[in-house]
Design a protein around this ligand. Structure first.
Ligand code: PMV
Length: 320
């Protein structure tokens, strides 16, 4: 059985940083994200008993480093008595560089592997399986503005506003195409164990979630901008105060932040957010996307820019 699924990365406006149960990969905090439209990972899963072992091809090359994580996810979906799988993943954007490639990859993987195994799972089940592999991947099952709630012993994910009700644009400034030095999973564990700010971060998250939820419900761009930048900088402060410190930014990241702040002081509706990598994501109204892109593309150290609208959740493309 073979199935192909496609999923888009999502960008958190209110961030997930830290696990409450690392065995089950349950987050310590809830989060709110936007699912992108133009960036995607297409994932093909073929279950084949003639194969000696699982195979993983990422963007045309065999990937032994990522294989164990993919195998764990396949076991979670299909059980560990499953047939061997050939998994082929293709993304149209840099991977492992803070562009949420694990979110699009693992959400596409659960959809494709469940279909290849002949399973008919609900989106909630698929989200929970994706979340076991990568916390942020659970959100890529859903469209538009998405909230992940942290319940007692599980996560609950839902779309809180569809794309057509508040179309926004995201301009991504790529400041390096190198893979990051430390994975978000390892880094958040260091923060939990060593950052003096970690417990306050967890305690305050519900305040930020409430503010973002209200801003999204009211389509209040200014309020969303304030709370999203605050939450992003707070997450990075937790990282900076960790031991060893976790610093994902480079000088171009800081220059891009300054450019976004200047644009805002000139009246452009735009704000930034930054994840576990040096890329800056500028969220703006669609009519301003060219102006924001031109300003970021002209910033020293920016090697490329990409624009995306908001899009749909992971989908099954084919199954045979
Ligand atoms: O899902 P992970 O393990 O790649 O962690 C994602 C962490 C951030 O991107 C920094 C924040 C988030 O909520 O996506």
């Amino acid at each position: 059985m073979r199935a192909i699924a496609k999923a888009q990365p999502n960008i958190a406006l209110i961030k997930y940083w830290g696990k409450r149960d690392s065995g089950r990969n349950l987050p310590a905090v809830g989060s709110i994200s936007i699912t992108l439209a133009e960036l995607f990972t297409e994932m093909s899963v073929k279950l084949d008993e003639s194969l000696d072992s699982d195979q993983l091809i990422v963007n045309g090359n065999a990937d032994e480093r990522l294989l164990p994580r993919v195998q764990r996810c396949l076991d979670d979906v299909l059980g560990n008595r499953r047939k061997a799988a050939r998994v082929v993943s293709q993304s149209n954007f840099p991977i492992a560089a803070g562009l949420a490639s694990s979110a699009s990859a693992f959400s596409a993987l659960v959809v494709a592997s469940a279909a290849a195994g002949g399973q008919n799972r609900t989106t909630a089940e698929l989200a929970s399986l994706a979340g076991q592999a990568s916390g942020s991947a659970a959100r890529s099952l859903y469209e538009g503005f998405v909230e992940l709630e942290n319940c007692d012993d599980h996560i609950s994910v839902k779309s809180i506003r569809p794309v057509d009700e508040w179309p926004l644009s995201v301009v991504i400034a790529i400041t390096t195409t190198s893979a990051k030095a430390i994975s978000s999973g390892d880094a958040m564990e260091i923060s939990r164990q060593t950052s003096p700010f970690y417990s306050r971060w967890v305690e305050q998250q519900s305040v930020d979630l409430n503010a973002a939820r209200s801003a999204i419900a009211a389509r209040d761009f200014e309020q969303l901008a304030l709370i999203a930048e605050h939450n992003c900088l707070k997450m990075h402060s937790v990282m900076w105060a960790s031991r060893p410190p976790i610093i994902y930014w480079n000088t171009a990241t800081l220059d891009c932040m300054q450019v976004v702040r200047e644009l805002r002081s000139q009246g452009v509706a735009v704000f930034f957010t930054i994840d576990a990598g040096p890329q800056l994501k500028a969220v703006c109204l669609p009519e301003d996307e060219s102006r924001v892109q031109d300003a970021l593309a002209a910033t020293a150290g920016v090697c490329n820019t990409m624009i995306s609208g908001l899009g749909a959740g992971a989908t099954l493309v084919a199954s045979e």
